[in-house]
Design a protein around this ligand. Structure first.
Ligand code: F6P
Length: 364
């Protein structure tokens, strides 16, 4: 019996269950293949007793439209940074990757499919370099992986953000207000850019272009006449002003190495008031609403395509690669290449030109 192990790591994302189902259903068409899943990324393998489940067609039936992941996920711990509590109550991280690879061999795991974003694929690459047979599946609502033109979860997040803009437009209009909507996007402003265009916002502030508060003020002023008017601003959580910093906190959760972003919307509100904005301002932080719930049809289809291809790469022993979407086809790229560079909005980005053509101010 051959065994492939599935792992979902990093932040969750609509479409993860559709990938899991696709791998299992494709594998069930081959003789002598069993699919297992590790609970909470690789932590299920590392825990004692291990937390591993067998995944068959019955177990994954009908999960394609469910949000979240039946395998659960985490961005804490993992084979290279397992948190250990010291005697003085502080935490440090230890490398348990060799031990984990040995454990996988005792468990009879022939290959691993790691579904995750850039952090998870960095782990994939390191494990591949240590000899593990691994295939990556890209996942991120931020759409910030450069080796694939699209990642599942992104379109769902854009839809949710657009619906939020739509709702805020009507209330901004009724109250002659400035409405600020903060959306996700740590390093890349794709969700903000797409939802600002789709929702008809007037200002869109992105991590890639630090904003000048005076330019933002100019745009606001141009939208009001004798106190009447309204403005909708979409801002990425990773945005900052030319004089400012990212609004982020260090996490107190052991093993969580990311900075926790969130709050730039409120910061912008303060900056606008300090710059003399006299209009009424309200701020909404959309947060994890963008990541939960059911994936839309596009994301379910992309996730299913990725899952089928990932298992086929296992059959073909194309280890060290990540599935990728290019020119409307599912292909693959070396994981090493996939983690080299992020996909960010640049001055040449066609969609940015559309935004500017529509008169959207990006604060520069
Ligand atoms: O990377 C995806 C993402 O949703 C970011 O947009 C966001 O900053 C981060 O994850 C939030 O992570 P967590 O769920 O750990 O707070």
């Amino acid at each position: 019996m051959n065994r492939v192990m599935l792992v979902t790591g990093g932040g969750d994302c609509p479409g993860l269950n559709a990938v899991i189902r696709a791998v299992v259903n494709r594998a069930s068409q081959e003789k002598n293949w069993e699919v297992i899943g590790s609970i909470e990324a690789f932590n299920g393998v590392l825990r004692e007793p291990t937390e591993i489940v067998v995944l068959d067609s019955a177990k994954v039936a009908g999960i394609h439209y469910l949000g979240g992941t039946i395998l659960q996920t985490t961005n804490k711990g993992g084979p290279f940074s397992w948190p250990v509590k010291n005697n003085d109550g502080t935490w440090s991280c230890v490398d348990r990757s060799d031990e984990m690879i040995r454990k996988l061999s005792y468990l009879g795991v022939d290959a691993v499919i790691n579904i995750g974003g850039d952090g998870s694929q960095r782990i994939s690459q390191k494990l591949f370099e240590k000899g593990l047979n691994i295939i990556g599946v890209p996942k991120t609502i931020d759409n910030d992986l450069s080796a694939t033109e699209s990642t599942f979860g992104f379109q769902t997040a854009v839809q949710i953000a657009t619906e939020a803009v739509d709702k805020l437009v009507t209330t901004a209009q009724s109250h002659n207000r400035v409405q600020i909507l903060e959306v996700m996007g740590r390093d890349a402003g794709w969700i903000a850019l797409h939802s600002a265009i789709a929702g008809g916002a007037e200002i869109c502030l992105l991590p890639e272009f630090p904003y000048d508060i005076n330019k933002v003020m100019e745009k606001i002023e141009s939208r009001f006449h004798k106190g009447r008017g309204f403005v909708n601003i979409v801002i990425s959580e990773g945005a900052r002003s030319i004089n400012g910093y990212n609004v982020a906190q260090l996490s107190t959760e052991p093993g969580y190495e990311n900075r926790v972003l969130g709050g730039i919307g409120f910061q912008l509100e303060k900056e606008l008031k300090a710059a003399g904005c006299e209009y009424s301002i309200r701020t909404t932080v959309l947060g994890h609403l963008q990541r939960g719930g059911i994936p839309n049809a596009y994301d379910r289809i992309l996730a299913s395509r990725f899952g089928v291809k990932a298992f086929e790469l296992v059959l073909e022993k194309k280890f060290g690669n990540m599935v990728s979407y290019k020119n409307n086809e599912i292909t693959y790229v070396p994981i090493k290449e996939a983690i080299e560079k992020l996909n960010r909005v640049t001055p040449d980005t066609d969609l940015l030109k559309t935004a500017l053509g529509l008169g959207i101010c990006i604060g520069i």
